[in-house]
Design a protein around this ligand. Sequence first.
Ligand code: TXA
Ligand code: MG
Length: 352
Amino acid sequence: MNMKNRTLVFKSGDEDFEAGLLKAADIIRTGGTVAFPTETVYGLGADALNADAVHKIFKAKGRPADNPLIVHIANIDQCSKLAEEIPADAIKLMETFWPGPLTLILKAKDVVPDVTTGGLNTVGLRMPDNPVALELIRRSDTPLAAPSANTSGSPSPTTAEHVIHDLDGKIDAILDGGPADIGLESTVVDMTDKVPTILRPGHVSAEDIRKCVGDVRIGYRDRTLEEGEVARSPGMKYTHYSPKTKVILIEGNIKDVHKAMTEIVSDCHREGGRVGLFVTEETAKVVNADEICSLGKRNIPSQAARSIFMGLRHLDDKEIDLIIVDGTLKKEGIGTAVFNRLRKAADRIINV
Ligand code: TXA
Ligand code: MG
């Protein structure tokens, strides 16, 4: 019989959490894997400088080996050990947005193993804004390589339960710090060119970065790459955030989206199918189906950010044949990042 290894779970607020943190740091120092909360999503951490430990992350997630990991640090001084030629603009961004949901791509020093950088000569650095994450990094006394703590390709985890669902028995421990505040992964910015280039949108917006350093380029697409296209960030070429259930995103003006949604629901019902809606509060008053999950208020996209991965996972657990996502959500601010994830998660996008 194939015995499952046990994954330890320590919950913030519980009496033994202090001991749990010590145990988790000990696991990291001895080359193990620990999932931990951040303000964006849960990360799956290992000692970034220990190649064997980092391999375990790839194995647990089923992650392609050429997709590099973000290295998490607890103070700005750690950067100079991991990266060289740190531009003045990068320091400005660190001082403005760290700790926070911003990852900076810099030229890597040789101490960072190839497995961490996916064989690139650059490394992504980020200081998370979460007390449990920062405490774990400090006590481990080493930077933590950490991708999102989900099975590769599935929606990112915003609670410890999501991590358990995907990785129980495959990792050594989980620190449960409650639901993630932001709910969407960090903004990734390449600082190796003269002009900073956004490789993945997040809570820190293009406008925030432009205000801080004067200029910024958009280097991401909302869809996975076409054949023959070259990815600047290896993560761009893989499918992402996809539930097992088919996902249709409908974008356009509000009335047309509601009409198209109603039609697709009736088509599916006619064929004996069941439909889940992932919609704004406003749309939920107009369109109905078999399961409904809320994206929050149409004009407050931070609510959608917090619920997007939770909602996709929740609907994916229901007996439904189709998930329809409401594209009437406001596309400003973090709405840009929400649409980036929704478009990547969708099997089909309908523009009406
Ligand atoms: O908010 C976050 O960033 C979360 C938490 C745990 O910190 N982490 C996260 O990691 O989302 P992951 O591995 O799921 O996504 C990292 C993204 C990938 O698309 C990867 O390709 C890109 O960052 N990336 C990492 N290092 C890079 C590098 N050196 N050059 C270009 N892209 C890089
Ligand atoms: Mg991820």
